[in-house]
Design a binder for this molecule. Sequence first.
Ligand code: FES
Length: 193
Amino acid sequence: MDTIVSVAIGAALTLVVVAVHYARGTGWEPPADISQDVLEQRAAAVPETDFPEPMNRSIGGGAAGAIPSGEGGAELAEGDEEEEDEGFDPEAIADDEVEYYEIEFAKEGETIEIANNENILDMGEEEGWDLPYACRQGQCVSCAGQIQDGAALDYIQHEHNEALFDDDLDDGYCLTCVAYPTDDFTIETGEQP
Ligand code: FES
């Protein structure tokens, strides 16, 4: 009988000690939630772009196409390009100013006429050729081709170029999705610098 009473008293005391312990709390407090701050800081560190990000890597471009590679810190031709192409709007070309040029697609083995308000990529696709592209906005190099006759800007003008360097342009590379002819030329499609 004494044993039972002792055990009951022990159990009761244990319960009292446990209850007192939890009633006082542990003093622990959860750390402040900084996840939103971290997200905002990361967002601020990433440069803004209008480029549709998923398209960047999903269609034909790949990482190599998304960011142009330059040698020795070469700068984008964007500054020069913008200066040169600034204000160029193919849709603003009046009907009586439309001119046609003979563009030879070397790999496709055909020459077609393309107007100065039509881009190389669109016209090639109209022929049924499966030409590479991704953004169609001059922001990657997926659609690049190489003009065989000389520096690209002697033969086309870009509506928009955020991907090619001066050296690339001098080597004849152009972005076919935003390239409009200003002369006859031969182009190798699917050639990137
Ligand atoms: S498809 Fe990206 S620049 Fe032409």
